[in-house]
Design a protein around this ligand. Structure first.
Ligand SMILES: [Zn+2]
Length: 158
């Protein structure tokens, strides 16, 4: 039997004390996290700074596999609507989303939140959206019926 290895080292928070095991003294990781957030003006600012460095969005809820985050900014939404317009879709503003339609049963929905986009499967819109957003990552049948005919891109793991 080898005794449990004790490897004292300075606490990583910079307090100058020594840990017996681990990187931080108990609670000092939280103190460091709070200090960093104070310095940069909060967790949101910290997220933005890090995203600027690594060059992509941080997902706090792992999407895993082929799923991925979606955020259709107002700029992207505008450019999607212009491109879809050229493909024959007419847009109408609804309470929660922009509804584009080309002919009966050929629709595209861009939620105002930018967190969800839907389009009729195998339509021009679905093809275009694949080019912009990748493979649809949303469940095909959220409520059954109508939903089964729509490809869904979403930021959430629904
Ligand atoms: Zn410490």
């Amino acid at each position: 039997m080898t005794p449990r290895k004790i490897d004292p080292k300075p606490c990583a928070c910079g307090c100058g004390q020594t840990t017996k095991t681990g990187t931080f003294l108990p609670g000092h990781d939280q103190k460091l996290r709070a200090a960093i957030e104070r310095e940069v003006g909060g967790l949101e600012s910290l997220k933005e700074i890090i995203e600027g460095i690594i060059g992509h969005e941080i997902e706090s809820i792992p999407s895993g596999g082929k799923r991925r985050g979606l955020l259709v900014t107002p700029e992207l939404s505008g450019s999607l609507q212009r491109s879809l317009n050229e493909l024959g879709y007419q847009f109408e503003k609804k309470a929660n989303y922009m509804h584009g339609s080309r002919e009966h049963g050929d629709s595209v929905f861009i939620h105002h939140s930018g967190l969800r986009v839907r389009a009729t499967k195998y339509s021009r819109a679905a093809n275009l959206l694949r080019a912009y957003l990748g493979q649809p990552n949303g469940s095909a049948s959220v409520h059954g019926g109508e939903e089964d005919r729509l490809d869904t891109w979403t930021s959430s793991d629904e």
